[in-house]
Design a protein. Sequence first.
Length: 304
Amino acid sequence: MLRGYQVCESKIIGAQEYPCPIEVFVNPDADEKRYLIEELKVDEHTLNSALDPDEISRLEFEPNHIALIFKMPKSYSGQDQLLFRVVSTGAFLFKDKMVLVVSEDVPLFEGKQFSRVQSLRSLFLAVLNRSAYHFMEHLKIINLLTDELEAKINESMENRYLINLFTLEKSLVYYLNAIHSNTVVIEKLKNYVSRMGFTTEESEFLDDILVENNQCFRQAEIYSNILASLMDARVSIVSNNLNILMKTLNIITICIMVPTFVVSTFSMNVSFPLQQHPYAFWIIMGMALLGAFSVMLFWRYKRL
């Protein structure tokens, strides 16, 4: 699917006519791929890399354009079951056009950095900066989910909460790899500032992107380390909750066994004292309750 945009008064707005300065291809079909390869001279391997979620980020200089493959968080849905994945995005910067290729519909032009676009090069950097900001948004969500799951684990013995934590830890590994891959590309861009034709302002913006990306990587690393280091403790909490439950059940069982023993003893089909007494039933029930109460006092005294 093709979407066209243009820059008007430093803002990104939809374009009504094609071709247009900014073209976004969402999961391009065969005809759109043919247009990219034959008309725009995009390398077929690079185009396929932009649609491959396992492709690493990289920067390539072609005769008529600059190709950038970088990582972005995949839009989360309930079917993912707390697994956050990443997708590859291709940005192709031409002299008078910029083409973006994404495998699925993700927010590309959201944020204040897209309200002051001065050129296609600044838009090129703004899209890369949006990736770091998007990762930070997802990290905040992962942190909130982790806190919620921790509270549930402290009160529950279900394995599904632990499985959810393992899934979040796996997501953080994906994010760490993707953010680090983006950092390598940004550092490579800094080495080609003059070749890219960046202005002083754009060069400073690139420095800010690198700082934000490093902060994002550090944040993801902290969350991942905390989650990994405390996982054993959370497993121990679940085991301890199970032990407490088993102990409570044992106490209840013993409290029930004592009065049951008393009652069953006096119900045997042999001669027993008190069997002719008019209050024998209430005496036996009192003995049973006294036995149960004594066991409870004993357990409380021992604090077991």
